[in-house]
Design a protein around this ligand. Structure first.
Ligand code: SF4
Length: 749
């Protein structure tokens, strides 16, 4: 190295997942040489995981899109012309304007993928100002069902991220979650609490890293979580282990007592494939050894028809075991009091009721449709008259979007802007998604992304996105949703955007300014965020200089102590609602119940149970697929199954096999393991980032992506918010060779 070269280290907040670790970005001139954990950061204290440490690999990936591209061949041909941002935005804005005038704003939709920078989600502001109700995201399968389950019960959520307090928390229940992979900072805190004496219960179909540390591991059958929760409640209530004051003051305790008599332990034991004695033992532990934290993860949210029921059942357990607003248990922090919240920031009130009523999915799912207002009113009454605290879950229904594109029902969607999202890879029923994106009814498809992928390859315009290293940071909780409440953090960008890369904010600002929204778009994302915190007397740069989050009264200005029992919960009755008045109002069962998704009608032909997409530490949804380090480590998709199951079907370790469900079939490499019970099959989420030789499916999606087998059919979706089913799909497996391996045309790593 040139001795005169000076390496400088800039503090930043890693956005390679949602943990928000403080990192140091080491720069040689303008080039990132290393990323390391920042020991001075108060939340992460020097921790960094492989995704964060390798984040600059993604930034410098050789196949990144650096300039705007316009399609010049047929859709998917891969024939592009490089154009300027000005030309791209002028042409896109012109098309949107013409569609607005001819078909109405609702004909324009926007679909967003997972967290990729602090301005993730800002497109909702554009959509509301434009007048379209059709932004879709992954909220329906990512903490949305848990949030609505808790909110229907005690008026705010999710609280599943409440950190245990070592020495105070005495029991931790990890349920459908792998924090060692998905939330390593939370996992570290759980281990500290465990070392200080907390008991650990893990509920997971797989013998995970967490299960290895557990005092009790309940290996339930995939998709039976609600039945297990009702079994817990059966034991707790019938043995008088519940909090009697909570029971007395709640709505519907007697009705719940009656309901749980339908779930005696013998029946629950059969449904969940668990011994009755284990269910009873854990129920007694969580009720009598509190404070207890129930850390419920996305395994529960991705369970289709049972998604909100899972959230409701866990919420009833939190409340009835006396663990709400309890030090060492769950806390409802509420939103920041004086900071402008996310729903208002997203201009939700600018969308007229008439346009909102057209939201795709509004007629099918009450929380997406007319039911949202009652939830919002109750929360607003409780939380300082703030509006739209849960608007982040009330977005349009993604499966309804694909149907609208294909069928023109209930109306045509003619333009779609994808942002950092590859729905052909990540959305349920992926073959149908691919058909929708290729459909001629879709007159304009724009993708704003780092790469050309299985979805953006079909676009009319591909716009080069900036990496999080090129963006400033702002968070008032988790991402932009503000459900932690008393937390705020900012940071300046470590790198000036390179080439023609632009952030989400810059894209929507420039499109908005072309479409009459100029007054709503300050010059920079930092200016915009400053406008949200000015009412609280906070300053973006000053907070950034602290290198760490601002907690507590400074952002929240609480009207009471955190652990006081609220005099008013954010429910319509103001009470904890064990029997939900809103569910009843919506014509749904107000009490928790267990049922299988409709797809199990075909169980006889598909005798195994498929679960998909368990998290790994080195990957974050689809964001890591193009990282060379990740690809070298994970060259092919793997499907895990028990050796006994493999023997029944003549499957050998390492062989390619076919996985079939009533929805579709794909190929993955078998990995035999005893971490799963016989009869359970766990497949990787997958698509190849390298291009193969099949012009119709160059990224091998239809051959290998397990989402070709998952379901978004109405009978499998949650009746409250429409969550689709990624975990617990009936399936079968057969030894089979994927032809591309045979023919040698599979891409080389
Ligand atoms: S856990 Fe890893 S990827 Fe997530 S924020 Fe921390 S360092 Fe980044």
């Amino acid at each position: 190295m040139d001795q005169s070269t000076k390496i400088i280290s800039r503090p930043a907040i890693c956005c390679s997942c949602s943990q928000q670790c403080g990192v140091l970005v080491h720069l040689n001139g303008k080039v990132v040489t290393r990323i390391t954990g920042d020991k001075k950061h108060p939340s992460s204290g020097g921790f960094i995981c492989p995704k964060g440490a390798h984040a600059h690999e993604l930034h410098y990936a050789t196949d990144r899109v650096h300039v705007p591209l316009k399609r010049i061949g047929h859709r998917g041909s891969g024939d592009w012309q490089e154009i300027s941002w000005e030309q791209a935005l002028d042409e896109i804005a012109d098309k949107l304007k013409r569609l607005l005038e001819s078909d109405g704003a609702e004909t324009v939709a926007h679909s967003i993928g997972t967290l990729h920078g602090a301005d993730w989600g800002i497109g909702e502001r554009f959509m509301n100002l434009f007048g379209s109700p059709n932004m879709v995201g992954q909220d329906k399968i990512c903490y949305g069902p848990g949030a609505i389950g808790e909110t229907l019960t005690y008026g705010f959520g999710p609280t599943a991220f409440t950190y245990p307090i070592p020495g105070k928390t005495r029991c931790i229940v990890i349920w459908g979650m792998r924090p060692s992979a998905s939330s390593p900072l939370l996992w570290r805190q759980m281990l500290r609490a465990r070392a200080a004496g907390a008991k650990l219960v893990v509920i997971d179909p797989e013998f995970t890293k967490e299960a290895r540390k557990a005092d009790h591991w309940l290996q339930l059958k995939v998709g039976t979580d609600v039945a297990l929760g009702l079994g817990f409640l059966h034991t707790i209530i019938n043995q008088n282990l519940h909090d009697t004051a909570i029971a007395r003051d709640s709505l519907g305790f007697d009705a719940l007592v009656e309901r749980i008599q339908d779930y005696p332990l013998k029946k629950v034991s059969e449904i969940c494939a668990l011994p009755s004695s284990s269910i009873a033992e854990v129920a007694r532990l969580v009720a009598s050894n509190g404070p207890t934290i129930f850390s419920a993860g996305n395994g529960l949210c991705q369970s289709g028809n049972m998604a909100v029921q899972n959230g409701r059942t866990v919420a009833c357990l939190v409340a009835l075991t006396g663990n709400l607003n309890r030090e060492g248990g769950h806390t409802i922090a509420g939103p920041p009091r004086d900071v402008i919240n996310n729903g208002v920031a997203m201009a939700v009130d600018k969308l007229t009721p008439k346009q909102r009523a057209k939201r795709l999915g509004a007629d099918d799912y009450p929380f997406i449709g007319a039911g949202y207002d009652a939830v919002d009113a109750a929360m607003s009454r409780r939380w300082y008259e703030q509006k739209h605290l849960l608007s982040w879950i009330a977005t349009a229904h993604e499966p309804a979007l694909w149907r609208a594109i294909e069928s023109g029902e209930p109306y045509s969607v003619k333009a779609l802007i994808l942002q950092y999202h590859n729905p052909v890879g990540g959305s349920a029923n992926a073959n149908r998604v691919a058909r929708a994106l290729a459909n001629k009814r879709l007159e304009l498809l724009v993708a704003h992304d780092l790469f050309i992928n299985a979805s953006s390859r079909l676009a009319d315009y591909v716009l080069p996105a900036s990496h999080w290293l090129e963006r400033p940071f702002f968070s008032y909780g988790y991402g932009y949703m503000a459900f932690v409440g008393d937390y705020l953090e900012t940071q300046h960008e470590p790198l000036v955007p390179e080439f023609e890369h632009r952030s989400d904010y810059d894209l929507w600002r420039d499109l908005g300014r072309r479409l009459g929204q100029a007054e709503h778009w300050p010059d920079t994302a930092t200016d915009f965020w400053q406008s949200l915190i000015t009412p609280a007397g906070l300053d973006f740069s000053e907070i950034a200089s602290r290198n760490g989050p601002v907690f507590g009264a400074e952002v929240q200005n609480p009207e009471r102590e955190l652990y006081d029992a609220p005099v008013d919960y954010g429910t319509p009755s103001g009470k904890i609602e064990l029997s939900s008045s809103l569910l009843e109002q919506w014509g749904l069962d107000p009490l928790p119940y267990f049922d299988k998704p409709g797809i199990f009608d075909q169980e006889a032909d598909f005798p195994l149970v498929l679960t998909t997409g368990g998290r790994v530490l080195d990957g974050f949804h689809q964001n890591s697929q193009q990282m060379p380090w990740f690809r070298r480590k994970r060259p092919d998709p793997e499907v895990r199954l028990h050796p006994e199951t493999a023997k029944v079907y003549g499957i050998e370790d390492g062989a390619w096999i076919q996985i079939e469900t009533p929805v579709g079939s794909v190929y993955q490499r078998a990995r035999l393991t005893t971490v799963l019970a016989p009869g359970t099959v766990h497949a990787d989420r997958w698509w190849y980032p390298e291009k193969g030789d099949d012009p119709e499916d160059p990224y091998w999606v239809s051959a290998t992506n397990i989402n070709c087998c998952t379901t978004d059919l109405p009978e499998d979706c949650d009746p409250v918010i429409g969550a689709w089913l990624l975990r617990g799909v009936p399936c079968r497996v057969t030894p089979s060779v994927w032809k591309h391996v045979d023919g040698g045309s599979r891409p080389e790593i």
